[in-house]
Ligand binder design. Structure first.
Ligand SMILES: [Zn+2]
Length: 713
């Protein structure tokens, strides 16, 4: 027996142990059903492990793969999800076997005796319609954006079964080991621990090892030209922060607080991090903010920021959120959509807790104060509603946990969470089971909690405010002040300077947000010059009436440590003081579009409309602007450039062609907004024929998608 075999057996045992425990928990229910129906025992197939080997082929965006599943047979056939695959081999225990396949499900008939352990091996080829994204492999894209090319996957919502025969049902947890063959010059990242890199002639095979079972939707890999920052958690878990090599200077601001968040979560949750290591990797045009693939979070590279952009939008919250999912979602997984609170509400809450501990400034309670108002204005949905919105699952979900902790107390709450995670580790769980654990641990009935926070559609705003007031005396004062002000607006507003004097940063931000236009000029000036950058930014964003005395203050903001502030200041000054336009443009440092995004675009557009800039320069700026519609650039930049060109009536054919292609983009928001714009353009008599001619250059598949938006209404 080789050592490798021993290792395998230990892992199978671990998996069986977790599964048996879950079965024991269900035994009373099973027992009742057995009594009532008197049916013969029925055994389900149970998949223990999966060894996957894939070779992505860039040329035709194809995956060539092999997968071997070890499973325990039951009475029924083994059903795998597999989209549009071509199988060259389907063997059980090394022998060719009969199977059924309808381009969606692969079914292996029951074989051997119930309880036998069998090995199913499949060789296949597939051109995934979704889930695997080959990004920026055209030469032009690579010259414009050195972060390209990349290949990456997104399983949740898109289904891993588009690139490997696997299990869409979250309850089938498998110990997966991934091996990926690719061109040796790239970096390959996947779930698990990199065990070995095999060198072949022109390529390498990266072998990753996992030891615990997980659902298929959490499988992931990513390929690109990456460097890595290595950290180790207090508990000794390796943390690897990847970055595209051109962005080495952005590593510190992007991954700021990573280790502190990790250490905080382990201590706070009270259950050790459940996987061998943790990796994070930014990718181009990611579909969401981030995705918590087991031990291998992928996130949008718009969060790769320098220390200036850090003050505008940064990765800290997403970082903490995806990390918290490693417990809530990955270690314990929902049974169905009505249990989604256990993923998103928990990840949101623990991310806020981590930031509260690390950033201070009463982060948690102020954040909840902000989301309570969004929830009050929202349409009101129960947390148990499987079709609830993100706002409900994430923010109402975080609120529910905050309220639960307030009612149980810290000690009971933490004890309950620990018991919940330990009892259901590596299995699936419902909200009802979570509530039972909390009730058992604390000996407290949670009937009221369930009805107010889980079943009720409306958000209990009054209850929520009372909870916040208990925790944060400044919020309590604000609530009192708001109440008095609603009785007497004039004296309420008049007392603002007094409140301001004693206020901490979050309260100042809150007051500026709510009352800036009503403030006296003196107080507005204080807000615009506050020590805290976020207060200054909030004040500037509400500055509509431009008093002359604000001029020097706003001019100083052209060099703020925030691209968003620089952009707002530039637009405000440029429109109010036409005679100084050239000076303002000179004073602002924008960096490239990859650093400052929207600021660079805005600067170019203003420069195009400023008198005194030479025609040569203007031509140069226009050419720069028009290149940003290309697929090498992040979709946020492309979309904004489309709008600018639309307003400037500055469309070149290549921009229109980029717009046509954008209508087929995998990112939903970008695709939809591009389609809206295309529809509007297609109604213009001078544009319609140009668009028709350009659309003939699209592929047939693209043309089919785009055609409806070219129609005249
Ligand atoms: Zn999440």
């Amino acid at each position: 027996m080789s050592l490798y075999r021993i290792a395998l057996q230990v892992r199978y045992f671990g998996k069986l142990y977790h599964k048996t425990k879950a079965l024991l928990q269900k035994q009373t229910i099973t027992f009742c059903i057995a009594l009532c129906l008197c049916v013969a025992s029925w055994a389900q197939q149970d998949v223990l492990s999966g060894d996957i080997y894939v070779r992505p082929e860039v040329q035709d965006k194809t995956i060539v793969g092999e997968v071997t599943y070890t499973y325990i047979t039951g009475n029924d056939s083994l059903r795998l999800d597999a989209h549009n695959m071509i199988f060259s081999k389907v063997h059980v225990n090394g022998k060719k076997t009969a199977y059924a396949y309808d381009t969606r499900f692969l079914r292996i008939p029951p074989m051997g005796a119930v309880g036998d352990t069998l090995e199913l091996s499949i060789s296949y080829r597939v051109q995934p319609k979704q889930t695997v994204y080959f990004v920026g492999w055209e030469e032009e894209a690579q010259t414009r954006n050195p972060r390209l090319p990349q290949i990456w996957t997104q399983g949740q919502g898109k289904y891993t079964s588009h690139w490997v025969p696997s299990f869409d049902r979250m309850s089938e947890k498998v110990v997966f080991d991934l091996s990926i063959a690719f061109d040796a010059k790239y970096t390959v990242v996947a779930n698990g621990k990199l065990k070995q890199v095999e060198e072949k002639d022109s390529y390498k095979i990266w072998h990753f090892d996992m030891q615990k079972p997980m659902s298929s939707y959490l499988l992931a890999f990513a390929i690109g030209d990456y460097g890595v920052q290595e950290l180790t958690s207090k508990s000794g878990i390796p943390i690897r922060n990847y970055f595209t090599k051109v962005d080495s200077l952005k590593v510190e601001p992007t991954y700021r607080h990573t280790q502190a968040i990790f250490d905080f979560l382990e201590t706070e949750i009270g259950v050790p991090y459940p996987w061998q290591n943790y990796k994070q990797l930014p990718v181009h045009d990611f579909l969401y903010a981030g995705m918590e693939n087991t031990g291998a979070t992928l996130f949008s590279d718009r969060y790769m920021v320098d220390s200036v952009a850090f003050n505008d939008e940064n990765y800290v919250n997403v970082n903490a959120h995806e990390m918290a999912h490693q417990w809530f979602g990955n270690l314990v997984t929902e049974v169905g959509a009505k249990d989604h609170w256990l993923h998103e509400g928990f990840a949101t809450y623990y991310a806020y807790l981590a930031q509260d501990a690390i950033l201070g400034k009463r982060f948690l309670t102020w954040k909840l104060y902000e989301t309570a108002r969004q929830l009050r204005e929202g349409k009101g949905q129960a947390l148990l509603d499987p079709k609830a919105s993100s706002l409900t699952f994430y923010e109402k979900g975080a609120w529910a946990l905050f309220a639960l902790r307030e009612s149980l107390g810290d000690v009971h709450f933490k004890r309950g969470i620990k018991k919940f995670l330990t009892e259901y580790a590596y299995t699936n769980v419902t909200v009802a089971q979570f509530m039972t654990v909390m009730e058992t641990v604390t000996g407290q009935s949670l009937t009221d909690f369930k009805s107010i926070w889980l079943k009720n559609e409306s958000f209990p705003y009054q209850v929520a405010m009372e909870l916040l007031a208990k925790r944060n005396s400044e919020i309590q004062s604000l609530l009192n002040w708001n109440q008095n002000k609603s009785k007497d607006t004039v004296s309420g507003i008049a007392s603002l300077p007094k409140v301001w004097k004693k206020a901490t940063t979050p309260l100042k931000k809150e007051l500026t947000q709510a009352y800036f236009p009503q403030m006296e000029v003196d107080l507005q000036t204080l807000a615009l010059q506050d020590d805290d950058l976020q207060v200054r930014k909030t004040a500037l964003s509400h500055l509509k009436e431009f008093q002359l005395e604000f001029n020097p203050i706003v001019e100083n903001m052209l060099t703020e440590k925030s691209y968003a502030i620089r952009e707002m200041a530039l637009f405000a000054l440029w429109s109010h003081f036409p005679e100084n336009r050239l000076d303002y443009l000179k004073k602002v440092t924008t960096g490239t579009v990859f650093e400052s995004g929207s600021l660079r675009l805005g600067w170019l557009v203003l420069a195009l409309m400023t008198e005194g800039i030479s025609p040569d320069k203007q031509r140069e700026y226009y050419l720069e602007l028009t290149q940003y519609t290309g697929s090498a650039y992040p979709f946020e930049i492309r979309l904004q450039t489309f709008y600018y060109l639309h307003n400037l009536k500055g469309w070149q054919d290549r921009n229109l062609f980029d717009l046509l292609q954008a209508c087929t983009h995998p990112v939903w928001r970008f695709r939809e907004q591009s389609r809206e714009l295309l529809k509007a353009l297609a109604q213009q008599p001078e544009m319609a024929p140009r668009l028709q001619i350009l659309s003939s250059r699209l592929t047939e598949k693209e043309r089919k998608i785009v055609e409806p938006y070219l129609k005249k209404e």
